[in-house]
Design a protein around this ligand. Structure first.
Ligand code: KG4
Ligand code: ZN
Length: 339
Protein backbone atom coordinates (compact mmCIF):
# COMPACT_ATOMS: atom_id res chain seq x y z
CA UNK A 1 0.00 0.00 0.00
CA UNK A 2 1.37 3.42 -0.93
CA UNK A 3 2.24 5.90 1.75
CA UNK A 4 -0.32 8.35 3.08
CA UNK A 5 0.98 11.81 4.02
CA UNK A 6 -0.91 14.29 6.15
CA UNK A 7 -0.19 17.92 5.22
CA UNK A 8 -0.64 20.92 7.51
CA UNK A 9 -0.44 24.56 6.36
CA UNK A 10 -0.65 27.45 8.85
CA UNK A 11 1.89 30.03 7.66
CA UNK A 12 -0.44 33.00 7.34
CA UNK A 13 -4.20 33.46 7.39
CA UNK A 14 -5.34 30.07 6.12
CA UNK A 15 -5.49 26.77 8.01
CA UNK A 16 -5.17 23.95 5.47
CA UNK A 17 -5.23 20.20 6.06
CA UNK A 18 -4.95 17.45 3.44
CA UNK A 19 -4.24 13.76 2.97
CA UNK A 20 -2.22 12.69 -0.07
CA UNK A 21 -1.51 9.13 -1.08
CA UNK A 22 1.25 8.31 -3.56
CA UNK A 23 -0.24 6.64 -6.60
CA UNK A 24 -3.79 7.60 -5.68
CA UNK A 25 -3.55 11.35 -5.28
CA UNK A 26 -5.40 13.66 -2.97
CA UNK A 27 -7.72 11.73 -0.62
CA UNK A 28 -9.32 14.74 1.06
CA UNK A 29 -8.55 18.33 1.95
CA UNK A 30 -10.10 21.17 3.94
CA UNK A 31 -9.38 24.84 4.37
CA UNK A 32 -10.42 27.54 6.77
CA UNK A 33 -9.71 31.09 5.66
CA UNK A 34 -9.46 33.92 8.18
CA UNK A 35 -10.20 36.61 5.60
CA UNK A 36 -13.46 37.70 7.27
CA UNK A 37 -11.78 37.98 10.66
CA UNK A 38 -8.87 40.12 9.43
CA UNK A 39 -10.85 42.27 7.00
CA UNK A 40 -12.06 44.43 9.88
CA UNK A 41 -8.43 45.49 10.40
CA UNK A 42 -7.51 45.91 6.73
CA UNK A 43 -4.82 43.22 6.87
CA UNK A 44 -3.59 40.14 8.73
CA UNK A 45 -3.22 40.60 12.50
CA UNK A 46 -0.55 38.00 13.43
CA UNK A 47 -1.72 37.32 17.00
CA UNK A 48 -5.32 36.80 15.88
CA UNK A 49 -4.07 34.53 13.10
CA UNK A 50 -2.18 32.27 15.55
CA UNK A 51 -5.15 31.99 17.87
CA UNK A 52 -7.50 31.12 15.07
CA UNK A 53 -5.16 28.38 13.79
CA UNK A 54 -5.26 26.91 17.31
CA UNK A 55 -9.06 26.90 17.23
CA UNK A 56 -9.43 25.44 13.72
CA UNK A 57 -6.66 22.95 13.26
CA UNK A 58 -8.00 19.91 15.16
CA UNK A 59 -11.62 20.18 13.89
CA UNK A 60 -10.26 20.52 10.32
CA UNK A 61 -8.04 17.50 10.84
CA UNK A 62 -11.03 15.48 12.04
CA UNK A 63 -13.05 16.66 9.06
CA UNK A 64 -10.37 15.54 6.58
CA UNK A 65 -9.86 12.15 8.26
CA UNK A 66 -13.59 11.61 8.17
CA UNK A 67 -13.97 12.71 4.53
CA UNK A 68 -11.18 10.36 3.43
CA UNK A 69 -12.46 7.62 5.72
CA UNK A 70 -8.95 7.14 7.05
CA UNK A 71 -8.00 6.50 10.69
CA UNK A 72 -4.97 8.12 12.34
CA UNK A 73 -3.29 4.71 12.41
CA UNK A 74 -3.22 4.70 8.59
CA UNK A 75 -1.13 7.87 8.30
CA UNK A 76 2.49 7.12 7.36
CA UNK A 77 4.04 10.59 7.70
CA UNK A 78 3.22 14.21 8.48
CA UNK A 79 4.35 17.28 6.52
CA UNK A 80 3.90 20.82 7.82
CA UNK A 81 4.83 24.30 6.65
CA UNK A 82 8.00 25.21 8.56
CA UNK A 83 8.38 28.64 6.92
CA UNK A 84 8.48 31.30 5.66
CA UNK A 85 5.51 33.02 7.27
CA UNK A 86 4.26 34.42 10.57
CA UNK A 87 6.20 32.92 13.50
CA UNK A 88 3.25 32.30 15.79
CA UNK A 89 1.06 30.93 13.01
CA UNK A 90 3.81 28.55 11.85
CA UNK A 91 4.31 27.31 15.41
CA UNK A 92 0.70 26.09 15.60
CA UNK A 93 1.07 23.79 12.59
CA UNK A 94 4.59 22.73 13.58
CA UNK A 95 3.61 21.75 17.12
CA UNK A 96 0.49 19.85 16.08
CA UNK A 97 2.46 18.04 13.35
CA UNK A 98 5.30 17.06 15.67
CA UNK A 99 3.08 16.07 18.59
CA UNK A 100 0.88 13.91 16.39
CA UNK A 101 3.84 12.31 14.60
CA UNK A 102 5.45 11.56 17.98
CA UNK A 103 2.25 9.99 19.28
CA UNK A 104 1.91 7.87 16.12
CA UNK A 105 5.66 7.11 15.94
CA UNK A 106 5.89 8.19 12.28
CA UNK A 107 8.29 10.53 10.40
CA UNK A 108 7.67 14.25 10.24
CA UNK A 109 8.99 16.74 7.71
CA UNK A 110 9.06 20.56 7.60
CA UNK A 111 8.18 21.96 4.17
CA UNK A 112 9.13 25.29 2.63
CA UNK A 113 5.88 27.10 1.84
CA UNK A 114 7.13 28.25 -1.57
CA UNK A 115 8.17 24.72 -2.51
CA UNK A 116 4.55 23.80 -1.83
CA UNK A 117 3.36 26.51 -4.23
CA UNK A 118 6.07 25.65 -6.77
CA UNK A 119 5.08 21.99 -6.99
CA UNK A 120 1.31 22.52 -6.73
CA UNK A 121 0.72 22.50 -10.54
CA UNK A 122 1.96 18.88 -10.48
CA UNK A 123 -1.28 18.02 -8.67
CA UNK A 124 -3.21 18.93 -11.84
CA UNK A 125 -3.79 16.93 -14.96
CA UNK A 126 -1.87 17.28 -17.25
CA UNK A 127 1.09 17.86 -14.96
CA UNK A 128 4.14 19.65 -16.38
CA UNK A 129 7.31 17.61 -16.83
CA UNK A 130 10.66 18.78 -15.44
CA UNK A 131 12.48 20.98 -16.25
CA UNK A 132 10.31 24.08 -16.25
CA UNK A 133 10.37 27.75 -15.35
CA UNK A 134 8.19 28.66 -12.37
CA UNK A 135 6.69 32.09 -11.88
CA UNK A 136 5.92 32.35 -8.17
CA UNK A 137 3.52 35.19 -7.50
CA UNK A 138 2.12 35.37 -3.98
CA UNK A 139 1.39 38.04 -1.41
CA UNK A 140 4.94 37.94 -0.11
CA UNK A 141 7.03 36.71 -3.04
CA UNK A 142 7.64 37.31 -6.72
CA UNK A 143 10.28 35.02 -8.14
CA UNK A 144 11.25 33.28 -11.34
CA UNK A 145 12.87 29.91 -10.72
CA UNK A 146 14.29 27.21 -12.91
CA UNK A 147 13.01 23.86 -11.62
CA UNK A 148 14.90 20.73 -12.71
CA UNK A 149 13.29 18.37 -10.22
CA UNK A 150 12.11 18.13 -6.63
CA UNK A 151 14.63 20.14 -4.62
CA UNK A 152 16.45 21.40 -7.72
CA UNK A 153 15.67 25.08 -7.80
CA UNK A 154 17.70 27.89 -9.34
CA UNK A 155 16.65 31.47 -8.73
CA UNK A 156 16.52 33.40 -12.02
CA UNK A 157 15.14 36.69 -10.72
CA UNK A 158 13.00 38.19 -7.99
CA UNK A 159 11.42 41.39 -6.79
CA UNK A 160 13.71 43.97 -5.27
CA UNK A 161 10.90 45.46 -3.17
CA UNK A 162 7.14 44.72 -3.15
CA UNK A 163 5.70 41.41 -4.35
CA UNK A 164 3.15 41.33 -7.18
CA UNK A 165 0.40 40.34 -4.71
CA UNK A 166 1.45 43.19 -2.46
CA UNK A 167 1.20 45.59 -5.41
CA UNK A 168 -2.35 44.36 -6.00
CA UNK A 169 -3.21 44.60 -2.28
CA UNK A 170 -1.68 48.04 -1.68
CA UNK A 171 -3.20 49.53 -4.84
CA UNK A 172 -6.56 48.07 -3.85
CA UNK A 173 -6.30 49.72 -0.46
CA UNK A 174 -5.53 53.08 -2.09
CA UNK A 175 -8.70 52.60 -4.15
CA UNK A 176 -10.70 51.99 -0.99
CA UNK A 177 -11.17 48.25 -1.53
CA UNK A 178 -11.29 45.69 1.25
CA UNK A 179 -8.52 43.26 2.14
CA UNK A 180 -7.46 41.02 0.48
CA UNK A 181 -7.25 43.48 -2.35
CA UNK A 182 -6.10 41.30 -5.24
CA UNK A 183 -9.40 39.64 -6.14
CA UNK A 184 -11.35 42.84 -5.31
CA UNK A 185 -9.15 44.91 -7.60
CA UNK A 186 -9.48 42.38 -10.41
CA UNK A 187 -13.26 42.52 -10.03
CA UNK A 188 -13.35 46.33 -10.11
CA UNK A 189 -10.97 46.37 -13.10
CA UNK A 190 -13.47 44.32 -15.10
CA UNK A 191 -15.68 47.40 -15.44
CA UNK A 192 -12.72 49.70 -16.10
CA UNK A 193 -11.75 51.12 -19.47
CA UNK A 194 -8.35 50.15 -20.75
CA UNK A 195 -5.89 52.95 -21.57
CA UNK A 196 -7.50 55.72 -19.52
CA UNK A 197 -4.44 55.97 -17.26
CA UNK A 198 -0.81 55.30 -17.88
CA UNK A 199 1.13 53.63 -15.08
CA UNK A 200 4.84 52.78 -14.96
CA UNK A 201 6.08 49.29 -15.80
CA UNK A 202 9.07 49.20 -13.45
CA UNK A 203 12.19 47.38 -14.69
CA UNK A 204 10.43 46.18 -17.82
CA UNK A 205 13.61 46.68 -19.82
CA UNK A 206 16.13 46.16 -17.04
CA UNK A 207 17.78 43.40 -19.07
CA UNK A 208 17.55 40.95 -16.18
CA UNK A 209 14.75 38.91 -14.59
CA UNK A 210 14.27 41.05 -11.48
CA UNK A 211 11.11 42.97 -10.64
CA UNK A 212 10.22 46.14 -8.76
CA UNK A 213 6.69 47.15 -7.84
CA UNK A 214 7.10 49.89 -5.24
CA UNK A 215 7.14 52.70 -7.85
CA UNK A 216 3.80 51.49 -9.12
CA UNK A 217 2.29 51.89 -5.66
CA UNK A 218 3.52 55.50 -5.49
CA UNK A 219 2.04 56.24 -8.93
CA UNK A 220 -1.30 54.75 -7.89
CA UNK A 221 -1.22 56.81 -4.71
CA UNK A 222 -0.79 60.00 -6.75
CA UNK A 223 -3.56 59.00 -9.17
CA UNK A 224 -5.96 58.01 -6.40
CA UNK A 225 -5.37 61.29 -4.58
CA UNK A 226 -6.10 63.37 -7.69
CA UNK A 227 -9.08 61.31 -8.77
CA UNK A 228 -12.72 62.35 -8.48
CA UNK A 229 -13.54 59.10 -6.65
CA UNK A 230 -16.29 58.21 -9.10
CA UNK A 231 -16.89 54.51 -9.53
CA UNK A 232 -15.87 54.63 -13.20
CA UNK A 233 -12.63 56.48 -12.39
CA UNK A 234 -11.72 53.94 -9.73
CA UNK A 235 -12.48 51.11 -12.14
CA UNK A 236 -10.31 52.75 -14.82
CA UNK A 237 -7.41 53.08 -12.37
CA UNK A 238 -7.88 49.46 -11.23
CA UNK A 239 -7.77 48.41 -14.86
CA UNK A 240 -4.50 50.31 -15.39
CA UNK A 241 -2.94 48.77 -12.25
CA UNK A 242 -3.86 45.26 -13.26
CA UNK A 243 -2.53 45.78 -16.78
CA UNK A 244 0.76 47.22 -15.54
CA UNK A 245 1.39 44.29 -13.18
CA UNK A 246 0.37 41.70 -15.76
CA UNK A 247 2.50 43.34 -18.47
CA UNK A 248 5.60 43.11 -16.32
CA UNK A 249 4.92 39.52 -15.20
CA UNK A 250 4.24 38.36 -18.77
CA UNK A 251 7.29 40.13 -20.19
CA UNK A 252 9.66 38.69 -17.56
CA UNK A 253 8.19 35.17 -17.77
CA UNK A 254 8.73 35.23 -21.52
CA UNK A 255 12.31 36.46 -21.03
CA UNK A 256 12.96 33.67 -18.50
CA UNK A 257 11.86 31.04 -21.02
CA UNK A 258 14.07 32.61 -23.68
CA UNK A 259 17.06 32.76 -21.34
CA UNK A 260 16.76 29.15 -20.18
CA UNK A 261 15.71 27.77 -23.55
CA UNK A 262 12.79 25.99 -21.86
CA UNK A 263 9.22 26.03 -23.16
CA UNK A 264 7.19 25.08 -20.08
CA UNK A 265 6.05 27.78 -17.67
CA UNK A 266 4.41 26.97 -14.36
CA UNK A 267 2.53 29.70 -12.51
CA UNK A 268 1.98 29.34 -8.78
CA UNK A 269 0.86 31.45 -5.82
CA UNK A 270 -2.23 33.54 -5.12
CA UNK A 271 -1.82 36.00 -8.01
CA UNK A 272 -1.89 32.99 -10.35
CA UNK A 273 -5.64 32.93 -9.70
CA UNK A 274 -5.95 36.15 -11.72
CA UNK A 275 -8.01 35.48 -14.86
CA UNK A 276 -6.47 38.19 -17.01
CA UNK A 277 -2.94 37.07 -16.10
CA UNK A 278 -3.83 33.54 -17.16
CA UNK A 279 -5.33 34.68 -20.46
CA UNK A 280 -2.39 36.93 -21.22
CA UNK A 281 0.23 34.28 -20.43
CA UNK A 282 -1.61 31.56 -22.36
CA UNK A 283 -1.80 33.79 -25.40
CA UNK A 284 1.69 35.23 -25.21
CA UNK A 285 3.59 32.04 -24.34
CA UNK A 286 1.32 29.87 -26.51
CA UNK A 287 2.06 32.07 -29.53
CA UNK A 288 5.74 31.21 -29.09
CA UNK A 289 5.15 27.47 -28.90
CA UNK A 290 5.34 27.29 -25.12
CA UNK A 291 2.86 25.81 -22.66
CA UNK A 292 1.63 27.30 -19.40
CA UNK A 293 0.57 25.19 -16.41
CA UNK A 294 -1.42 26.31 -13.37
CA UNK A 295 -2.59 24.67 -10.19
CA UNK A 296 -6.35 24.17 -9.96
CA UNK A 297 -7.86 27.47 -8.81
CA UNK A 298 -8.47 26.24 -5.26
CA UNK A 299 -4.77 25.33 -4.91
CA UNK A 300 -3.44 28.69 -6.16
CA UNK A 301 -3.84 30.36 -2.81
CA UNK A 302 -2.59 28.81 0.43
CA UNK A 303 -3.78 25.27 1.11
CA UNK A 304 -2.86 22.02 2.82
CA UNK A 305 -2.86 19.91 -0.35
CA UNK A 306 0.34 21.44 -1.70
CA UNK A 307 2.10 20.79 1.63
CA UNK A 308 0.92 17.15 1.80
CA UNK A 309 2.05 16.70 -1.81
CA UNK A 310 5.48 18.35 -1.39
CA UNK A 311 5.91 16.27 1.79
CA UNK A 312 5.09 13.05 -0.06
CA UNK A 313 7.68 13.87 -2.75
CA UNK A 314 10.32 14.72 -0.14
CA UNK A 315 9.61 11.53 1.81
CA UNK A 316 10.05 9.58 -1.41
CA UNK A 317 13.58 11.07 -1.43
CA UNK A 318 14.15 9.55 2.02
CA UNK A 319 13.77 12.88 3.78
CA UNK A 320 11.90 13.40 7.05
CA UNK A 321 12.83 11.89 10.43
CA UNK A 322 11.62 10.92 13.88
CA UNK A 323 13.43 13.67 15.71
CA UNK A 324 10.47 15.57 17.07
CA UNK A 325 12.39 18.64 18.23
CA UNK A 326 11.34 21.46 15.92
CA UNK A 327 11.75 25.10 15.08
CA UNK A 328 10.00 27.34 12.57
CA UNK A 329 11.66 29.59 10.00
CA UNK A 330 9.66 32.81 9.51
CA UNK A 331 12.33 33.96 7.05
CA UNK A 332 13.68 31.17 4.90
CA UNK A 333 15.33 31.40 1.51
CA UNK A 334 14.22 28.75 -1.00
CA UNK A 335 17.84 28.41 -2.19
CA UNK A 336 18.68 26.78 1.15
CA UNK A 337 16.56 23.72 0.38
CA UNK A 338 18.06 23.06 -3.02
CA UNK A 339 19.49 19.53 -3.00
O1 KG4 B 1 -0.18 32.53 -2.21
P1 KG4 B 1 -1.12 33.36 -1.40
O2 KG4 B 1 -2.47 32.82 -1.09
O3 KG4 B 1 -0.50 33.74 -0.02
C1 KG4 B 1 0.84 34.01 0.17
O4 KG4 B 1 1.60 33.02 0.40
O5 KG4 B 1 1.18 35.20 0.07
O6 KG4 B 1 -1.24 34.75 -2.19
C2 KG4 B 1 -2.06 35.78 -1.72
C3 KG4 B 1 -1.97 36.95 -2.69
C4 KG4 B 1 -2.63 38.22 -2.17
O7 KG4 B 1 -1.76 39.31 -2.40
C5 KG4 B 1 -3.91 38.32 -3.01
O8 KG4 B 1 -4.37 39.63 -3.17
C6 KG4 B 1 -3.43 37.73 -4.33
O9 KG4 B 1 -2.62 36.63 -3.93
N1 KG4 B 1 -4.55 37.28 -5.18
C7 KG4 B 1 -4.87 37.85 -6.36
C8 KG4 B 1 -6.01 37.16 -6.86
N2 KG4 B 1 -6.34 36.18 -5.95
C9 KG4 B 1 -5.42 36.27 -4.95
N3 KG4 B 1 -4.30 38.86 -7.03
C10 KG4 B 1 -4.85 39.21 -8.21
N4 KG4 B 1 -5.94 38.62 -8.74
C11 KG4 B 1 -6.55 37.59 -8.11
N5 KG4 B 1 -7.63 37.01 -8.66
ZN1 ZN C 1 1.32 31.21 -0.17
Amino acid sequence: MSLITLGIESSCDETGIALYQMGRGLLAHALHTQVAMHSEYGGVVPELASRDHVRRIIPLLRQVMHAADVSLARIDAIAYTQGPGLGGALLVGASVANALAYALDIPVIGIHHLEGHLLSPLLSDPAPEFPFVALLVSGGHTQLMRVDGVGQYTLLGETLDDAAGEAFDKSAKLLGLDYPGGPALAKLAASGRSGQYKLPRPMLHSGNLDFSFSGLKTAVWTLAKQSDHHEQTRADIACAVQEAIIDVLTHKARAALAQTGLNRLVVAGGVGANRLLRNRLNEDIGKRGGAVFYPDLEFCTDNGAMIAFAGALRLAQQQGDKDYRFNVKPRWNLAEITN
